[in-house]
Structure formats: structure tokens, C-alpha cells
Design a protein around this ligand. Structure first.
Ligand SMILES: [Fe+2]
Ligand SMILES: [Fe+2]
Length: 327
């Protein structure tokens, strides 16, 4: 793969238009105002071969922490372990945050790069912390517009339905309560985490982002997720978040653990999603909480790969057709 270099040669895309799509998941092939529903998928998005039918497996590619700017700068391809046949078989690709730094200028390059591998109409994206760098935490309306301009769905607090599978997507952030001292964790995070120097809060007089801001966003994202999990769904639920949902995701020795994970054990065990896929930690981890398969899918930085810190490259996940409760 030959990369155009340097990264800065990518021209910013200036986009105009309404930001009314924020918080909704759109079928990129549809008119902007129409939401993607199971009926619409089954009736209007009939894809090639037998995918997303009542009997076919669903082939899922979840890629949090792609950090494509870093890989391009290193002259490397983070997905060079996947073949053209692997990409051709993907039914759904979810970019789970940290696509790059500086989303407004760099997401167009990410979507162009990925479009050479996966059809944009099968791709959805939402932000991690890095996507807000050099900009405002309140820019997600612009991010939705950029995604739409490239035929990609925007999935911040978004539900994607494919046959008998649903995917609930949100950044999540954290509540800083992982070690039982949220005040101390916030002070440490503000001192040590780049998020609180690289991001501003436009709705708070363009001040520096503070842990109090992200803790409030966590409450909003978590409330949305819990409301969705209470809705009846006759199929299988997969949660996709950028930040981690369980204390096992972060070793105790990791500084700033409360900025990487919240302990949502009760939510996981109460609502029993089939799986919860996350990123942000860049730490390979897989466990079971209750009946839920919990898995870190971080792609990570190229230097982490070179040092063997990411021993398992992210592969296509094959989801069998779930058993219907009412069939
Ligand atoms: Fe990351
Ligand atoms: Fe992150």
C-alpha cells in the first residue's frame, strides 16, 4: 500500500448543512432524514450474496483506536493483515472512536482510505477522545456532516440494526469512580491526560475541557445506553463504546485507570447484552461478565504493534444468526 505523505497535505473539507442528524443513525444510502430501521434494512438495503438474511452470519469489523494519522505518518497499514476477500465479506464496519486526532480536518482522509476497503454504506463512525483534539467537545454536529458527506453513517448515541442484530454505539467517557475517589481521579486526569489540554468546551466560553465536562457527558451517554437496553429487542444486542465498561479492562497498576474505564458491572449483568466491544485502553483483554462477552478491539498505535503490545490484530468477527425468541 502506498500512502500519500505527509499527512498535512490533506486539504480540510469545508462542509455546510444542517446538523439535525446528531444522535441518529442514518442509512447513508438513504435520504438524510430517514432513519435506519430493521424494516428499511430488510426492504431497501438488500446487499450482495446472502448476507444479513435470516440465515446468514453477519461479518462485523469493529475498529476503535484506528489512529490512522499515526499509521500514515509511519508509512504503515493498520489493516494489512486482512485480505481483499476479508474486506469484501464485511457486512458492517464500526469505527469506535479515535479514528484520528482533529476530526474536522482528518476524518475525510480516514473515510477515503477506508472506502478503498469497505463500502462507505456499510461503515458507521462515532468519536473517541482524540477526534476532538485541537477543537471543541461540542463539534459533533460537524462530525455528523463530514460522515454524511462521505456516505458514512454517524453513530454517536446511535442504534444500528442488521437483521436480528442490533448495535448500540456511544463514546461513553467515564465517571472517574473506578477506584472509589472520583474527586482525586478528576484532579489526576486533569493533570496527566492530554484530553484536558487539547480539547476545548465551546458551550462553556471556550474554556479548557475539564473532567467535570466529560463526567457529565458520561451521564448522558450512559443514560441513553441504559434506556436503549431497556427496550425490548427480539434478537441479539452488541454494545460498542470507546471507553471501557469494567474494572477488569484496566490493570490496577495503570495510572489514571478511572479515566479509561467505569465499572458498569450492574448494567452489564442486568441487561445481559451478548457482547460489549470497546477500545481506548489499547490493552488486549477479553473476559466474560455474567453472560456478556467483553472484548477490547483497539487497533492502537503503530509503535505498539512493533513492540508486540498488540499481539492480536483486529479481525472480522463472525456473528451467527441469533436464536429468535418469538420464532
Ligand atoms: Fe486510542
Ligand atoms: Fe481514546
Amino acid at each position: 500500500m502506498v500512502y500519500p505523505r505527509p499527512w498535512r497535505s490533506a486539504r480540510p473539507t469545508v462542509l455546510t448543512g444542517p446538523s439535525s442528524t446528531v444522535g441518529k443513525v442514518r442509512d447513508p444510502s438513504a435520504s438524510p432524514s430517514r432513519l435506519l430501521t430493521r424494516d428499511r434494512w430488510n426492504s431497501t438495503c438488500r446487499p450482495r450474496k446472502a448476507e444479513a438474511t435470516d440465515t446468514a452470519d453477519l461479518r462485523l469489523l469493529v475498529l476503535p483506536d484506528l489512529h490512522l494519522d499515526r499509521w500514515i505518518a509511519a508509512g504503515r497499514d493498520p489493516l494489512d493483515h486482512l485480505t481483499p476477500d476479508d474486506f469484501a465479506g464485511v457486512d458492517l464496519c464500526i469505527l469506535g472512536g479515535d479514528l484520528t486526532n482533529e476530526a474536522i480536518n482528518r476524518w475525510p482522509r480516514v473515510f477515503g482510505w477506508l472506502a478503498e476497503r469497505v463500502e462507505p454504506s456499510k461503515t458507521f463512525a462515532f468519536e473517541g477522545n482524540h477526534d476532538y483534539y485541537f477543537a471543541s467537545i461540542d463539534d459533533r454536529g460537524r462530525h455528523a456532516e463530514i460522515a454524511a458527506a462521505h456516505g458514512v453513517g454517524y453513530a454517536q448515541m446511535g442504534e444500528i440494526v442488521r437483521g436480528d442484530h442490533r448495535f448500540l454505539c456511544t463514546t461513553l467517557w467515564t465517571n472517574f469512580e473506578l477506584h472509589g475517589d472520583p474527586r482525586g481521579a478528576m484532579v489526576a486526569a486533569e493533570r496527566l491526560m492530554n484530553d484536558y489540554t487539547m480539547i476545548r468546551a465551546a458551550t462553556d466560553d471556550h474554556s479548557r475541557l475539564r473532567p467535570e465536562h466529560t463526567a457529565r457527558i458520561h451521564v448522558r451517554h450512559r443514560a441513553w445506553l441504559e434506556a436503549k437496553l431497556t427496550e425490548d429487542f427480539d434478537g441479539e444486542t452488541t454494545v460498542v463504546t470507546h471507553h471501557a465498561p469494567h474494572r477488569s479492562c484496566v490493570p490496577p497498576a495503570v495510572a489514571n485507570g478511572p479515566a479509561y474505564a467505569s465499572d458498569l458491572s450492574k448494567m452489564i449483568e442486568q441487561y445481559r447484552p451478548a457482547r460489549w466491544l470497546y477500545g481506548h485502553t489499547h490493552i488486549p483483554h477479553r473476559t466474560t461478565v455474567g453472560v456478556t462477552d467483553l472484548r477490547c478491539c483497539s487497533v492502537g498505535y503503530p509503535y505498539e504493534d512493533s513492540r508486540g503490545r498488540l499481539p492480536s490484530r483486529q479481525d472480522v468477527i463472525v456473528l451467527p444468526q441469533p436464536h429468535r425468541r418469538s420464532s
